[in-house]
Design a protein around this ligand. Structure first.
Ligand SMILES: [Zn+2]
Length: 234
């Protein structure tokens, strides 16, 4: 984890990025927090929430404040949650992430879901720690999914994930079962030096480009898994 390279909150021991008046969003007084959320809503500021501690309630108020897409999803633009800590059960379900999105070194202390989330550019989860269950069921990645050295301590579900670009999991640790059932990966899938403590399930998974699985995997299950090397249009 790198030294925070953002202006830090003045609250003792807090590494949250200053949102306003020398405080991070979590430590701002109510009025200032509302002003920040309003600025998120009108697009005059971005969700730069590095190092910030986000409760489910605070995250819900962020998602309720940001603009909506045409299909009525919260639209988080160029969000940065580098080293953020998510306390409690966290939901990014159906959220649309515009631009590169950073969850690098973030900690999810409880369950988290990215069910049916859409990432329209690269998504950086490198070295993120998922302390409980993590679900990406039905998520869509238009850019690269970066999961280098991510640690999943609970069940990890990538069921039905579509990835238009590469999916990079080198060095990832998945302590329990890792469900990649029904995934559709159009780019390369790199699972090098991974450790999977339970079953790596690839049921009905579809891979269009080379796949590398290398590491310690307790159990590998393939059923109707498709490795179809597509010739890409020149
Ligand atoms: Zn703070």
């Amino acid at each position: 984890m790198h030294e925070p390279n953002w202006p830090k909150c003045q609250h003792a021991g807090c590494i949250g990025r200053v949102a306003n008046d020398r405080k991070c969003l979590a430590h701002l007084p109510e009025d200032a927090r509302k002003a920040f959320l309003a600025a998120l809503g009108n697009g005059s500021t971005r969700a730069l929430l590095q190092g910030t501690t986000l409760s489910p309630e605070l995250l819900a108020s962020i998602l309720a404040s940001v603009p909506r897409t045409d299909d009525d999803r919260p639209d988080l633009r160029y969000a940065d949650f580098d080293q953020a800590t998510f306390t409690g059960d966290t939901s990014f379900s159906r959220v649309h992430f515009t631009g590169d999105t950073v969850f690098q070194d973030a900690t999810f202390q409880s369950k988290v879901t990215f069910q049916e989330a859409q990432f329209d550019s690269d998504a950086f989860f490198n070295a993120a720690v998922f302390e409980k269950q993590a679900s990406f069921t039905g998520a869509r990645f238009s850019g690269v999914a970066w999961m280098h050295y991510a640690r999943f301590l609970g069940e990890a579900t990538f069921h039905d994930v579509h990835c238009a670009d590469d999916a990079n999991f080198p060095g990832a640790g998945l302590a329990k079962n890792a469900n990649f059932g029904g995934v559709d990966f159009s780019g390369e899938a790199w699972l090098g030096e991974v450790v999977v403590g339970g079953m790596l399930a690839l049921f009905q998974a579809s891979f269009a480009r080379p796949v590398l699985i290398q590491g310690i995997v307790r159990q590998l299950a393939c059923y109707r898994t498709e490795f179809r090397l597509k010739r890409l249009a020149q």
